[in-house]
Design a protein around this ligand. Structure first.
Ligand SMILES: NC(=O)c1ccc[n+]([C@@H]2O[C@H](COP(=O)([O-])OP(=O)(O)OC[C@H]3O[C@@H](n4cnc5c(N)ncnc54)[C@H](OP(=O)(O)O)[C@@H]3O)[C@@H](O)[C@H]2O)c1
Length: 315
C-alpha cells in the first residue's frame, strides 16, 4: 500500500511517501480502507509517535490519528462492525496512523461516520471534537449559563469547543487573531479578542472555565481571568498545581482518549446540523509533507486533512 512514513524522529523533512506493508487486523481490530486522514501538526514531536504501547521504539512510523474510511476486514472477536461499513475514529497515539491506504484500528475506537459528511470532513472530526468534548464536559463540567474563555478558538480543537460550549448554553469568549473573528461569531462566540492587540486579562474577569489550546504565557496569564473556584483546562501544556492553588482554582491537563460513545453523540449533533467540522485544507496523501509544514506555520482555521481515496460521488 502507499503510505506516509518517517524513518527517523524529526519534522516534516523526514516524511516520505512510499510503499509499506498493508497491516493485518489483530483480535478486536478492524482493517480500514482509509478515505481521508486528519493530521495534527504537532504530532511529529510527540513521544508516542515513535513508541509502542509498552514503550519500545517504533520506526518507521505512520502519522495521522483521525480516520474516515470503510471497513475492509475484521480481526477475530469483532461483532459490532461489518465489512463495507463507513466509519470514523481516533486512532490511539502509540500505533501507526491513518496517513496510508489501509490502517488497523481497535474496533471499539470506531463509530459510524456522520451521514451528513463526506470522508474528508469526517476525518476532521474525531481528535479535535473528542478533545473539546472531554475538556468541556468531562474535565470542566461546563454548564448552561456559565462563562468560558477559549484560547486558540479558530484552531482544530477551538472551533469545536466554541460550538459545543455555545450549544450547552454557555457564554463564550474566544481569543484568535482578528481575521478569524467573524467566523468565530458565526460559530457562537459572543466576544472575540485579538490576542495580538489586547491582553485578555485586561478585558475579562470572573469566568467559570478557561480552555487553553495555546500554552506558555497564554496559560500563565489565564489564572487572572478565572473566578475563585473556577477551572482551567489546558490541552497544550501541563498545568502547574501550585499556580492553581494560588489562584484558588482547579487546573487540569489531560490527553484525549478514544470514545465510541462520544463519537456517536458528536455524529448525531453533526447530522442534526448543530455542530460542523472546519477544514483549513484538503491535500492528497502524496503532499503530506506540505500539509504538516502548513500546519506548523500556524494560524490555521480548523483542520488539515489528507485525501487518500478519490472523493466519493455525493447523492
Ligand atoms: N492534550 C490533548 O489531548 C490534545 C489534543 C489535541 C490537540 N492538543 C494540542 O493542542 C494544541 C492545539 O491543537 P489544535 O489542533 O487545535 O491546533 P491548531 O489547529 O494548530 O490551532 C491553533 C490555533 O491557535 C491560534 N493561535 C496561535 N497563537 C495564539 C495565541 N497566542 N492566542 C490565541 N490563539 C492563538 C492559531 O490561529 P491564529 O493565530 O490565526 O488565531 C490557530 O487557529 C496543540 O498544541 C496540540 O498538540 C492536545
Amino acid at each position: 500500500m502507499k503510505a506516509i512514513r518517517l524513518h527517523a524522529r524529526g519534522g516534516p523533512e523526514q516524511i516520505v511517501y512510499e510503499d509499506a506493508p498493508r497491516p493485518a487486523p489483530a483480535a478486536g481490530e478492524a482493517l480500514l480502507r482509509v478515505h481521508a486522514a486528519g493530521i495534527t501538526p504537532t504530532e511529529l514531536t510527540w513521544t508516542e509517535t515513535y513508541r509502542t504501547p509498552d514503550g519500545r521504539e517504533r520506526l518507521p512510523t505512520i502519522p495521522g490519528h483521525d480516520v474516515s474510511g470503510v471497513v475492509e476486514t475484521l480481526g477475530p472477536g469483532v461483532s459490532d462492525l461489518s465489512p463495507g461499513e463507513a466509519v470514523y475514529g481516533l486512532i490511539a497515539f502509540p500505533r501507526d496512523g491513518s496517513a496510508a491506504e489501509y490502517v488497523a484500528v481497535k474496533a471499539a475506537d470506531l463509530a459510524p461516520k456522520p451521514r451528513a459528511l463526506d470522508h474528508a470532513h469526517a476525518a476532521a472530526v474525531p481528535l479535535s471534537a473528542l478533545t473539546a468534548w472531554q475538556a468541556l464536559f468531562d474535565h470542566a463540567g461546563l454548564g448552561a449559563g456559565q462563562r468560558i474563555l477559549i484560547h486558540g478558538a479558530a484552531g482544530g480543537v477551538g472551533a469545536f469547543a466554541v460550538q459545543l460550549a455555545r450549544r450547552r448554553g454557555a457564554q463564550v469568549a474566544a481569543t484568535a487573531s482578528a481575521r478569524h473573528h467573524d467566523f468565530l461569531r458565526e460559530l457562537g462566540a459572543e466576544a472575540a479578542i485579538d490576542y495580538r492587540t489586547t491582553r485578555f486579562e485586561e478585558v475579562l474577569r470572573d469566568v467559570d472555565v478557561v480552555l487553553d489550546t495555546v500554552g506558555g504565557d497564554t496559560l500563565e496569564r489565564s489564572w487572572r481571568v478565572l473566578r475563585r473556584g473556577g477551572t482551567l483546562v489546558s490541552v497544550a501544556a501541563p498545568v502547574p498545581p501550585e499556580a492553581a492553588r494560588d489562584a484558588g482554582a482547579r487546573g487540569v491537563f489531560f490527553i484525549v482518549e478514544p470514545s465510541r460513545a462520544q463519537l456517536v453523540e458528536i455524529a448525531r449533533l453533526i447530522d442534526a446540523g448543530e455542530v460542523r467540522p472546519v477544514l483549513e485544507a484538503v491535500l492528497p496523501l502524496a503532499r503530506a509533507r506540505e500539509a504538516f509544514e502548513r500546519g506548523l506555520a500556524g494560524h490555521v482555521r480548523g483542520k488539515i486533512v489528507l485525501q487518500v481515496q478519490e472523493p466519493e460521488a455525493r447523492p
